[in-house]
Design a protein around this ligand. Structure first.
Ligand code: TEU
Length: 622
């Protein structure tokens, strides 16, 4: 857009007026652990970009790449909405993510399955969740646990049959619950029939993927894979792009025929009755024309090179609109897009109601403390999470957040925050109460309601995740093995992927066979917690029930009240009711606010003069 075109003659202030520019600056400052006040300074704002370039070039040569990136962004003007919040089932829902592989195995092959999910629907209904998001169950060679789809319209044999899937939809609907399918549309498995066609030069499939002719061993550009190593694979007479594993080939979203095939496939799933989609890395589908090299400094900061050419690509918004219009939009199904790298302002462009793209997004900024990455072994400080929640709180009414603390790509939150196991029970409850009293749809990851902690893996041979294994190899090239192991152990996605502990039996009731990955440690089973009214499981049920009962906890305004910096005190209120949440974000006692009202839920017995370690309270104002 011409009015946003930036040159070296523009100023830092102009950069900050560009939504994506402002997001990126915020991200860089966070990454450097620097205060955002830095850019509030009038002198800095007036500085020409050419001067900024001169000052930073030797250490971090990013300004020209940044300008190019921003000038490629289209459709970035957005008038503030201010419209009242519209109601929707997915705003009122509590979503529960099932990782089918690790949920419940009914046939003894050591891998969870759809009949296992069917067996636990009573459990899920009693918990009070409204919708299940199922990680991929499609036919797959399982290079990346199903995020490498071989056939979008077959169920993997290890998970069951299409009939099981149809039964799951029926049973859920019979209980007034809904099903959200995981759609991986940025890439397919290299074993997908389309890719077989493509490498054999069969039309129309060659153009279904992103490729370039093979001339010599120099790949078409310097992009690297998110999972480590190069992002190009040589097969036949061409190079093929894979932003993730070498078995996950990036689809070419510029090809209209390919897109129509994807949309038709999604419509067949909607015909089966699915109620929504979670779109895997959906913001990566559009890449810069010509696939230019990535900036080395940005690559070093991100851990992989090329991201500025695809995290908010030129055709992203057009494609999202088209997909919505041709698939789930007219049917009223919901959409939540997983969007790594997307910041607050870009998110508004992608999820505002009047822009006709996505309903909600799964973002990443709150997952790690400033300057830290998932592979750093550190204690996560919850005051940062408060900051993130506050920074989202002014999102306008036409954008609806999705909130989550855990998923299948992350270590367990309790372990990230606190090493002392005696503090885990109150901490698990604090995280529950916090998640379930925010404005935005809460996503609970399986096992979170049981307070599952990191798995305590003893060596690399116990890990299964392709990312962990590849990153370990990569780290070992530049550091001693011990150090590489401690990084992988800190960040491994396998912590979240060990099986559910159902009871005190063999393999905690997960499987009668050999589990595909070892069981977790420190396990407090669902059966035991069921029998204990003070357990985390019961606490989740109570918190969910309260959210359902009181519309103010869903749609009500959010207002932060003054309090100690290590506490978080906020109000949720509509015209009928007002609630106050009070959280101690640390392991040491903190001042209690006198808020008045009735205590509806708390994670300690009785009252005390101060907030105890990780104490959490929900009051209803009278
Ligand atoms: O994840 C995308 C993603 O960017 C990350 O969450 C990823 O797990 C990792 O942190 C990158 O360092 C999605 C899926 O959730 C993940 O399981 C898949 O492996 C990935 O896409 C590829 O499909």
């Amino acid at each position: 857009m011409a009015e946003h075109s930036l040159t070296m003659r523009n100023t830092v202030g102009d950069l900050l007026r560009h939504p994506i520019g402002a997001d990126l600056i915020e991200k860089v400052l966070l990454q450097m652990g620097a205060s955002s006040k830095w850019v509030d300074n009038a002198l800095v704002r007036r500085m020409r970009l050419s001067t900024l370039h001169r000052l930073t070039r030797s250490r971090m040569d990013v300004v020209p790449s940044l300008l190019d990136m921003l000038n490629r962004c289209a459709d970035i003007s957005r008038a503030p909405s201010g419209a009242p919040v519209t109601k929707a089932w997915w705003k009122e829902a509590v979503v529960y993510q099932v990782y089918p592989r690790s949920f419940l195995d009914t046939d003894g092959d050591g891998v969870g399955d759809i009949p296992g999910i069917l067996q636990k629907l009573d459990y899920l209904q009693a918990l009070g969740v409204d919708a299940l998001w199922l990680s991929p169950v499609y036919d797959s060679p399982f290079d990346d646990n199903g995020y490498d789809i071989r056939d979008y319209e077959r169920i993997a044999a290890q998970f069951g049959t299409m009939r099981d899937m149809e039964r799951l939809i029926e049973e859920l609907h019979g209980r007034g619950m809904r099903l959200i399918m995981d759609m991986v549309l940025n890439h397919t498995s290299d074993e997908h029939a389309w890719f077989a066609g493509a490498v054999n030069g069969i039309e129309p499939y060659v153009d279904y993927y992103i490729s370039a002719p093979y001339r010599d061993d120099t790949p078409p550009n310097n992009w690297t894979s998110v999972f480590g190593g190069g992002a190009w694979k040589h097969v036949g007479d061409r190079w093929w792009l894979h932003l993730f594993s070498p078995k996950q080939m990036d689809l070419n979203w510029k090809n209209g025929r390919m897109r129509s095939e994807l949309y038709a496939m999604m419509n067949r799933w909607l015909d089966k009755g699915v109620d929504g989609f979670r779109f895997d890395v959906i913001n990566l589908i559009s890449k810069t024309e010509g696939l230019p090299d990535g900036n080395a400094a940005i690559g070093a900061m991100m851990g992989y090179t090329g991201a500025e050419h695809y995290f908010f690509g030129p055709e992203l918004q057009t494609r999202l609109r088209e997909m919505r219009g041709q698939t789930y939009g007219p049917r009223g199904a919901m959409s939540v897009g997983e969007m790594p790298g997307v910041g607050k302002r870009a998110n508004r462009l992608l999820t505002a109601e009047d822009r006709g793209q996505l309903d909600m997004s799964i973002r990443f900024e709150h997952l790690e403390n400033p300057g830290k990455s998932r592979f750093d072994d550190y204690a996560y400080n919850l005051t940062f999470l408060k900051r993130q929640v506050l920074s989202e709180a002014d999102a306008d009414n036409a954008c609806w957040n999705a909130w989550y603390w855990e998923n299948h790509d992350n270590p367990r939150m309790i372990s990230k925050i606190e090493k002392d196991a005696s503090l885990h029970p109150p901490l698990g409850k604090l995280l529950a109460l916090w998640l379930l009293t925010l404005r935005g749809t809460p996503f609970i990851y399986q096992g979170q309601e049981l307070g599952m902690v990191n798995a305590g893996f003893a060596s690399i041979s116990e890990l299964r995740d392709i990312e962990s294994l590849r990153m370990y190899r990569e780290f070992c090239r530049s550091m001693p093995e011990r150090e590489a192991w401690s990084k992988v152990l800190a960040g491994s996605r396998d912590h979240g992927r060990v099986p559910m502990p159902w009871n005190g039996g063999i393999n905690h009731g997960f499987t009668a066979g050999e589990p595909w990955i070892r069981m977790g440690s420190g396990t407090d089973s669902a059966e035991r917690q069921e029998a204990d009214a003070s357990s985390l499981l019961h606490f989740y049920r109570r918190a969910i029930a309260l959210r359902k009962k009181h519309a103010a906890l869903v749609y009500g305004d959010f207002r932060c009240l003054r309090g100690h910096k290590d506490t978080f005190v906020y109000e949720r209120a509509d015209e009928r009711e007002c609630f106050v949440v009070q959280l101690n974000l640390t392991r040491s006692p903190k001042p209690l606010q006198r808020v008045g009202g009735e205590l509806l839920l708390g994670n300690y017995d009785g009252e005390a003069a101060r907030l105890r370690p990780y104490e959490a309270r929900l009051y209803k104002r009278i």
